[in-house]
Design a protein around this ligand. Structure first.
Ligand SMILES: Cc1ncc(COP(=O)(O)O)c(C=O)c1O
Length: 391
């Protein structure tokens, strides 16, 4: 007897698959240099690894505090105060999550009602869109243009706001665009949020990779703490991707609700992850600063070579691991062109459409492969472009 199992259409409709196709094509091809994944090739700093190994020596692997060890939240609150200017009560305004990814999910599910509109500057990080669909909400893409250096056009954005608009979500520094919005730009967004009573969800996972000046957190602006949820994490800043530790800073009342869904979703954050996170917050500067400098150099090197390619234009990246070059002159849609790049050049990247329709005609390149691999990937890319029959 066949059984019809009904499935929640909101979850069924979550778009997912582009990056799987790219991965499959790369595996099929074999010898491929990956400029696609946002996963740094480096191990954790030795101080963190050492403390983690010591912490695991007993073999003990308990459940942890539901909301993250109090000691970790206290240290993190201190870290956020010094490094971000963010004041967060470790008991009531700070939650340790299973990466930023979990934080975004539980926060959006807790805040949004079906039918709400969620504004997102776009091209955007995929999870913002996916969560919006999962919540039965309407994503409203606020187009960012290369001609404007991917800076917001606030007048145009304001016209997209309706009585149903509830929240705006973005990353700063930006994945996939590589740009970092400064104090002035963020002040404009804060003003808009206050004027239209929007909740701001800001993903600052690349905070330590801000290369254009001191990083600025929108949640620290006057009148913004009450309406801002700040997401951050240890994955990128400490090369702790698989440790799965992130956090959410939110107003106490909002966080008290998010905590319930977090409990339902993960029970408590990972034990080894929190051991590593505790160590990370004590990690000597001389084991961290070189990491950030290394990524800055990688981005500069990649930008100088990619922006010099014939037929390609690119906004200069100022943070994070990424750049978003324009390949429209190549006359193909991004997905087909990305597959052709894998097949003909042995280089993989993500098609711009992975980040929404406004990414059509663009690629996202990441600087996370080992430096010698990056160089090899760029050599292959240059050769392929030189032989490409540009119209
Ligand atoms: C903008 C952005 N947010 C969140 C994440 C996921 O972070 P985490 O590893 O903390 O879940 C990523 C990972 O690439 C990202 O680029």
């Amino acid at each position: 007897m066949s059984v019809q199992i009904d499935i929640n259409p909101n979850i069924r409709e979550i778009p997912f698959g582009t990056r799987l196709l790219i991965g499959q094509a790369a595996r099929k091809k074999g010898d491929v240099v990956s400029l696609s994944a946002g996963m740094p090739n480096l191990p954790m700093p030795p101080y963190i690894t050492q403390r983690l190994l010591e912490g695991l020596e007993s073999g003990y692997a308990p459940y942890t505090h539901y909301f993250g060890y109090p000691e970790l939240r206290e240290k993190l609150a201190q870290h956020l105060k010094v490094g971000y200017g963010i004041e967060a009560d470790p008991e009531e305004e700070l939650l340790i999550t299973h990466g930023v990814q979990e934080g975004l999910y539980v926060a959006m599910r807790s805040l949004l009602l079906p039918g709400d509109e969620v504004l997102m500057p776009s091209p955007h990080y995929g999870e913002y869109y996916m969560n919006t669909i999962a919540c039965g909400c309407e994503p409203v893409l606020l187009r960012l243009d290369e001609e404007d250096g991917f800076l917001p056009d606030l007048d145009r954005w304001e016209k997209a706001i309706t009585p149903k608009s509830r929240a705006i979500v973005f990353s700063n520094p930006n994945n996939p665009l590589g740009v970092t919005w400064d104090q002035g730009v963020l002040e404009g967004i804060a003003e808009l949020a206050q004027k239209h009573n929007l909740v701001v969800l800001v993903d600052e996972i690349y905070h330590d990779f801000t290369f254009s000046g001191p990083p600025v957190s929108i949640g620290t602006f006057p009148g913004m703490k009450e309406r801002t949820l700040t997401f951050g994490g240890f994955s990128k800043a400490f090369m702790m991707m698989g440790m799965r530790i992130g956090y959410v800073v939110a107003p106490a009342e909002v966080l008290s609700v998010i905590k319930k869904l977090h409990y339902c979703t993960v029970l408590g954050p990972s034990y080894p992850g929190q051991l590593a996170a505790l160590a990370a917050l004590d990690c000597p500067e001389d084991q961290l600063t070189p990491l950030y400098e290394d990524f800055k150099e990688r981005l500069e090197m990649m930008y100088s070579r990619v922006s010099a390619l014939p037929g390609v234009t690119c906004v200069k990246p100022q943070g994070g691991f990424y750049m978003f070059p324009n390949f429209k002159r190549f006359g193909m849609n991004s997905m087909d062109l990305a597959l052709k790049l894998i097949d003909e050049a042995g280089v993989s990247c993500l098609p711009g459409t992975e980040f929404g329709d406004y990414g059509e005609g663009y690629f996202r390149f990441a600087t996370c492969a080992a430096p010698e691999k990056l160089v090899e990937g760029l050599d292959r890319l240059e050769k392929w472009v030189a032989e490409f029959p540009l119209g």
